[in-house]
Ligand binder design. Sequence first.
Ligand SMILES: Nc1ncnc2c1ncn2[C@@H]1O[C@H](COP(=O)(O)OP(=O)(O)O)[C@@H](O)[C@H]1O
Ligand SMILES: O=C(O)C[C@@H](O)[C@H](O)C(=O)COP(=O)(O)O
Length: 327
Amino acid sequence: MIQFETRERDVIGLGRLCIDLNANEIHRPMEETRTFTKYVGGSPANIAIGAQRLGLSAGFIGKVSDDQMGRYIVNYLEEQGIDTSNVVTDKTGAVTGLAFTEILSPEDCSILMYRDNVADLLLAPSEVSEAYVASAKCLLLSGTALASSPSREAVFVALTYANKHNTKVVFDLDYRPYTWKSMEETAVYYRLAAEKCDVIVGTREEFDVMETFSEVKGDDQQTAREWLSHQAELVVIKHGQDGSKAYEKDGTTYRSGVYPSNVLKTFGAGDAYASAFIYGLLQGWNAEQAMSFGSASASIVISRHSCSEAMPTVADIEELMQTTTAK
Ligand SMILES: Nc1ncnc2c1ncn2[C@@H]1O[C@H](COP(=O)(O)OP(=O)(O)O)[C@@H](O)[C@H]1O
Ligand SMILES: O=C(O)C[C@@H](O)[C@H](O)C(=O)COP(=O)(O)O
């Protein structure tokens, strides 16, 4: 069980604040899709929104474009009750990242990302406040924020502050290949960051990327051993509809199944899972209970059209868990 400090804020997200444009005409290729619904997006933004929806107090460290899109994101976060005092506005003409989603079928979804000159990757080390990092129980880091400078250095500054003040760091690997120059680059920076984190969450494929230069590739048990040999107390490996596994430093292993879902689209599962999992850890639950809560939240979000707006309440999740059996 992770021991959190008593702090004024529960969780601070670090990384991208973007826009999702989700196809309205589902089961149709992007080439034939004409209309989309706009939502706030970006994996760590979705997780912060999910956490706030569950009743946690969330804040964010990030950078938005100085235009209508940037203002839309900040306004939405504020409407949700999320603290935006550490979201800065770019002054260089950078833009907001856009994710167009294609929903071909419940099994076949893809994301087309427009991420040239995005504001989120321009977050500078000087824009990370030590006092703000120290004000939270937990810092949620998205791996994509490591993809280029100066955001990369800003992440390491935030990790230094978090480690200094015992703000627990949850590292969601969140690998988005189009943001990186190469898999080797990703592996190097993921590793440097992972060594400074307390909880590491990723899909099997994401751990494989981080283990590009390691011999343990592909084996969950060896993956856990490798990352638990550093600061991490807990490693969670997700296997899509085959569920997830958690490994603790003392050798305890947990497994979680999935809650059957009327799947509309597959994306958003990981973000819903992460926010509810963090909620569980902050309640003092063991990893098994937190994973189960995360799985139920994921099952709800993949049955809905968006990621951020679709995030469930505690009551929604409890109802699903009471009426459905995980497989
Ligand atoms: N088809 C599905 N049905 C029900 N739950 C799912 C399904 N796919 C994923 N999940 C849940 O969402 C979690 C995260 O999904 P996964 O696909 O592994 O992550 P990501 O969205 O980050 O790629 C899984 O551990 C599982 O609990
Ligand atoms: O993270 C993004 O930039 C896009 C998200 O908002 C998005 O819709 C998505 O891909 C969520 O995916 P997940 O990691 O499967 O939860």
